[in-house]
Design a protein around this ligand. Sequence first.
Ligand code: CMP
Length: 156
Amino acid sequence: MQRTLVILKPDAIQRRLIGKIITRFEEKGLQIVGLKLMQMTEELARRNYVQHEGRDFYEPLIRYMTSSPVIALVLKGKEAIETTRKMAGFTFGTKAEPGTIRGDYAISNRFNLIHVSDSQEAAEREISLFFKKAEILEYKSADIAWVYDLSQGAAV
Ligand code: CMP
């Protein structure tokens, strides 16, 4: 099982898309193991996006991410990193495929509603920026046998 960080960006909160976006992850079968509504500080935004430092979109990105509250989520599941990346869709709203979150709800390059970790290394780094260990909860999902087929070929 993998863990990944998802951020619902300021435009997702302002556009009242929190429920729709989180529902998609829940319905996919991913487990929410961390969740918080928060105001990102400039320092946190800069650390989260350190790999983009120096790019022309970097400073506007920091202003955008700190302009209004965000929701940070830790999602757990099989291949959670690749799965959530596919569900988010291509970075730019205009280029994102219909059926993805950005493809269905975003049309801007910057205001693209959601951030998802893009690798195992990034997920670990980003989760530790946003969450203390005690804020990530281990608990059993009641429907895990149905989501993952734990029947080993036998009838459930
Ligand atoms: P995200 O997946 O969070 O990673 C970096 C973010 O920077 C990206 O989503 C967009 O919000 C923003 N971004 C990336 N490229 C551009 C660009 N060319 N113009 C404007 N914003 C961008």
